[in-house]
Design a binder for this molecule. Structure first.
Ligand SMILES: [Zn+2]
Ligand SMILES: [Zn+2]
Length: 501
């Protein structure tokens, strides 16, 4: 049904919603094809404001037109009014570190039904851009996407699926290619020399592109921040960099052999050893550097929790197994199973050591966050039993376990992740912002696991209620049970190194 726009504008113009309404130009309302008004919800808007009870949220096309308290729904032809009494509305969630969006009938829709309306895909390939365009055209169900460059790694990286850049000319070509496809950032990996990392930094700067990703193994975190790295993922080197023995550790890492296959084990050993010499003042200082450099800490606790569990037990976890059986195409299911069972059995002391180290990682996230380091929620979804969408709720829960308040954790997955991704028009429910929201059945500030109780998702102004979400999930299940070829760029090309040792 078409919207009676004149009547809608007259209602907006009554000033019932206060000054917020005027932030929405009439021309945008004219252009908006669909108008949805959500009423009587408790609003958690992603800013520092306390929740607003009995809020009205007006969505016109892909914009939040107005937000206010206690306003009656308009009696306007064509406007969809949804009474959300008893529900909680939060901004659409972000996964600031996702992979394998090219598995297009599975991963993008799983993000969306879980309320993840935007992602930063950290391994951009030509097919990734195709998927993003298909989503933007409305042909595929999925999140908005900010897409990184291909993963750049050093010339002697042992990881063969990344683009190796071993010379300055190769760095120039790779960053130019990233700029040509409008990559949202240049993605850097672990196995490059400090010189190549510096060259990528300079070249990205020349093109006006941020760069982010791993900390190259021979550099402490402080150094990559000083070089302007925009986001630092996974907490690799965070303990080595906040240890009283940091300089000694980095002298050892500077002398690593040319075979980069030995590097992850060397760093993991030092990171774990560094817990005993962890220094609170260095942690405070590191948090201050994140703030001063406007850099983002993206701990990806969801994947770290997987990596700290005995790999051979992952396929026996009933929750993970249930999700895999239901939603994963057979080929991916088999690939994850092969990866999990391909690692040697962990002896009991290894299991205990990894579990203790994960607790230390949680503690460090809490210390950095308390000291003011900007945190963005990412998960490494698409990698080994880290399920798109579901993993973002795991990440929220883990951030709270690490010591963030539920409010701050939600901001990490909304406003702050949007800022990290360079999309400030996303992540808050304020007039003029993108029309991406999640409607929850229960209060996530009272208990963060309530973020899993998704009732509806609004993506680009389209309200996906329970029947629409069920339909999308049924499509994912259908895709899983058809013997589809998942195409290239699948989890086989995963990015993340495991703590080998
Ligand atoms: Zn990754
Ligand atoms: Zn990674």
């Amino acid at each position: 049904m078409t919207v009676d726009r004149r009547a809608f504008l007259a209602w907006l113009g009554t000033g019932a919603l206060g000054a917020a309404a005027s932030a929405f130009p009439a021309s945008d309302a004219e252009a908006a094809g669909n108008v949805t008004v959500l009423t009587h919800a408790t609003l958690i808007d992603g800013t520092d404001a306390p929740p607003t009870r009995d809020a009205t949220i007006v969505l016109a096309g892909d914009r939040i037109a107005a937000v206010g308290r206690g306003v009656a729904a308009p009696a306007v032809v064509g406007v969809r009014v949804v009474d959300l009494r008893g529900k909680f509305v939060i901004p659409g969630l972000w996964d600031a570190h996702a992979h394998s969006s090219t598995l297009k009938r599975t991963f993008p829709p799983l993000h969306l039904v879980n309320g993840v309306t935007s992602i930063r895909d950290m391994d951009g390939r030509p097919e990734t851009h195709d998927v993003a365009r298909a989503i933007a055209r409305g042909e595929l169900a999925g999140p908005r996407m900010v897409i990184a460059s291909e993963i750049l790694d050093g010339g002697n990286s042992f990881v063969d699926v990344h683009r190796r850049v071993g010379t300055l000319a190769e760095v120039r070509d790779a960053v130019r290619d990233a700029a040509a496809v409008h990559a949202g950032l240049v993605k850097v990996y672990s196995f490059m020399s400090p010189e190549i990392h510096a060259a990528i930094a300079a070249e990205a700067h020349r093109h006006g592109l941020p760069y982010g990703g791993h900390v190259p193994i021979q550099l402490p975190v402080q150094e990559v921040l000083a070089r302007g790295q925009h986001s630092v993922e996974h907490m690799y080197a965070f303990h080595a960099s906040t240890s009283e023995r940091r300089d000694e550790f980095y002298a050892r890492l500077a002398g690593l052999p040319a075979d980069t296959g030995t590097w992850p084990g060397a760093l993991a050993e030092l990171d774990q050893a560094a817990v005993a010499s962890h220094n609170a003042a260095m942690t405070q200082d590191l948090a201050g550097r994140f703030t001063a450099c406007r850099a983002w800490h993206v701990p990806t606790l969801a994947v770290l929790s997987r990596m700290s569990s005995p790999p051979r037990e992952l396929p026996h976890d009933p929750v993970l197994q249930g999700l895999a059986d239901r939603y994963l195409p057979r080929s991916i299911r088999q690939e994850w199973l092969d990866m999990a069972t391909g690692w040697p059995e962990w002896p009991p002391e290894r299991i205990a050591r990894e579990a203790a180290y994960f607790e230390a990682e949680l503690q460090l996230v809490g210390e950095l966050a308390t000291a003011g380091a900007p945190v963005a929620a990412g998960t490494d979804s698409g990698y080994l039993y880290t399920f798109p969408g579901f993993a973002t709720h795991d990440e929220l829960e883990l951030l709270v376990r690490a010591g963030l308040s539920p409010h701050r954790a939600l901001q990490a997955a909304t406003r702050d992740a949007a800022r990290c991704a360079g999309r400030p028009r996303s992540g808050t429910i304020v007039a003029g912002q993108d029309a991406d929201l999640v409607v929850l059945d229960a209060d996530p500030l009272a208990e963060i696991t309530n973020s899993r109780r998704v009732h509806a998702v609004v993506s680009r102004g389209t309200y996906l209620g329970p029947p629409e979400r069920q339909r999308i999930l049924a499509d994912v299940e259908r895709a899983a049970h058809e013997d589809v070829t998942p195409g290239t760029g699948t989890p086989g090309a995963h990015c993340c190194l495991r703590r080998i040792g």
